[in-house]
Write a protein that binds this ligand. Structure first.
Ligand code: ADP
Length: 280
C-alpha cells in the first residue's frame, strides 16, 4: 500500500485537516513484481553453478587435464554442479506445472502408515549402506525414531507426489542437522485428521524466517544451503503439493535446538472405507 499524506492549511497557517490517501497496489502489479523477482532469482541460481562449471572446464582445457588426480577432482565438481542444475530445472518445471494446474496427479486411497514406513525404511537403508560412504561425501550419521500409530490412517493423495514431500522433509532434517542427530517421525490420527511430523535436532530456523521458508528460493543461510546442494525450491513445492490434496504444512523451530515440520491431511474414516454393502 502506498500512502500519501497532505495537510490542509488555512491562510493563517493553522492546520484544519489532513488528507490521507491509501493507494492499494493492484493485484496485477504485485503479480508482475513477483514474476520479475522469480526470473531474476532463476537466472541468478543457474548462473552460480554454470560459472563454476565453466571455470573448472577452462582450467582443465588450460592443462589441468594432464594431472590425473586433479582432473578427476575437477570433473567430479563439474558432475556435481550439472546434477544440481538438473535438479533445479526439474524443480522449476514441477512448480510451473503446479502453477498452471497441469501437474498430473493420480489421487488414490493411501495407507499412510505403510507409505511413511516405506519412506523411513529407505532412509534407514541409506544409513546402513556402507558402500555409499565412498560415493556420498559428507554422508551423515543419524538415527530415526518412529512414532507411528498402530491404527490405520487412510488419506486421499497421489502416492508418488506425497512420497516426494516426505522425502524432502526427511532430507532437510538430515541436511540441516549435525552428525548423529535423532529424527523423530510421528504419525497419528486426531479428530479426523492425519497428522505427520518430522522433528530434528538440527540448526533450527530463526523465528523471523519461519513464515518465509516455504517461499520459492528462500534460504535461511544462502551459502550453507547451496553447499548442501539445495535449490531453495523443495519446501515451496512440498507446500503446493500438500495443499493440492487439501492439507496444510507448517514448521515450528527453536534456533540451535531443532525444527519440526508438520503435515495435516483429512483422514478418510474407516467406516467410509468398508461400506455395509460388502456383506449384502
Ligand atoms: P533447500 O534446497 O535450500 O534445502 P528448501 O525449500 O527445502 O530448500 O528449504 C528452504 C530453507 O529452509 C533451507 O535453505 C533452510 O534454510 C531451511 N530449512 C528447511 N528445512 C530445515 C530444517 N529441517 N532445519 C533447519 N532449516 C531448514
Amino acid at each position: 500500500v502506498q500512502t500519501y499524506v497532505s495537510l490542509i492549511k488555512r491562510q493563517s497557517g493553522l492546520i484544519s485537516g489532513i488528507v490521507l490517501v491509501l493507494h492499494d497496489i493492484t493485484e496485477q502489479e504485485k503479480i508482475d513484481a513477483e514474476r520479475r523477482m522469480f526470473v531474476s532469482n532463476v537466472s541468478h541460481e543457474l548462473r552460480t553453478p554454470l560459472t563454476s562449471v565453466r571455470s573448472y572446464v577452462d582450467a582443465l582445457a588450460d592443462g589441468a587435464i594432464d594431472d590425473k588426480e586433479v582432473a578427476k577432482n575437477f570433473l567430479s565438481v563439474v558432475q556435481g554442479e550439472t546434477q544440481r542444475m538438473n535438479r533445479m530445472i526439474n524443480d522449476l518445471l514441477e512448480l510451473s506445472r503446479l502453477d498452471q494446474g497441469t501437474m498430473e496427479v493420480r489421487t488414490e486411497l493411501v495407507n499412510l502408515n505403510s507409505l511413511f514406513n516405506f519412506v523411513l525404511d529407505r532412509f534407514d537403508m541409506i544409513l546402513d549402506n556402507e558402500s555409499l560412504d565412498e560415493q556420498v561425501k559428507n554422508k551423515k550419521d543419524y538415527n530415526i525414531v518412529r512414532n507411528i500409530t498402530k491404527e490405520d490412517v487412510w488419506v486421499e493423495v497421489d502416492p508418488d507426489k506425497f512420497t516426494q514431500v516426505l522425502d524432502n522433509l526427511m532430507n532437510n532434517a538430515v541436511k540441516y542437522s549435525p552428525d548423529g542427530g535423532t529424527i523423530t517421525a510421528t504419525l497419528e490420527k486426531r479428530k479426523g485428521q492425519a497428522l505427520i511430523s518430522i522433528k530434528d535436532q538440527g540448526l533450527g530456523i530463526p523465528k523471523k524466517d519461519l513464515e518465509n521458508i516455504f517461499n520459492r528460493f528462500f534460504r535461511v543461510d544462502e551459502s550453507r544451503s547451496r553447499i548442501q546442494g539445495g535449490s531453495g525450491l523443495g519446501l515451496a513445492i512440498s507446500k503446493e503439493v500438500v495443499e493440492k490434496f487439501g492439507g496444510r504444512v507448517w514448521a515450528e523451530s527453536v534456533e540451535g535446538k531443532g525444527s519440526t515440520f508438520h503435515i495435516a491431511l483429512d483422514a478418510v474414516e474407516d467406516d467410509l472405507l468398508e461400506g455395509d454393502d460388502w456383506d449384502a
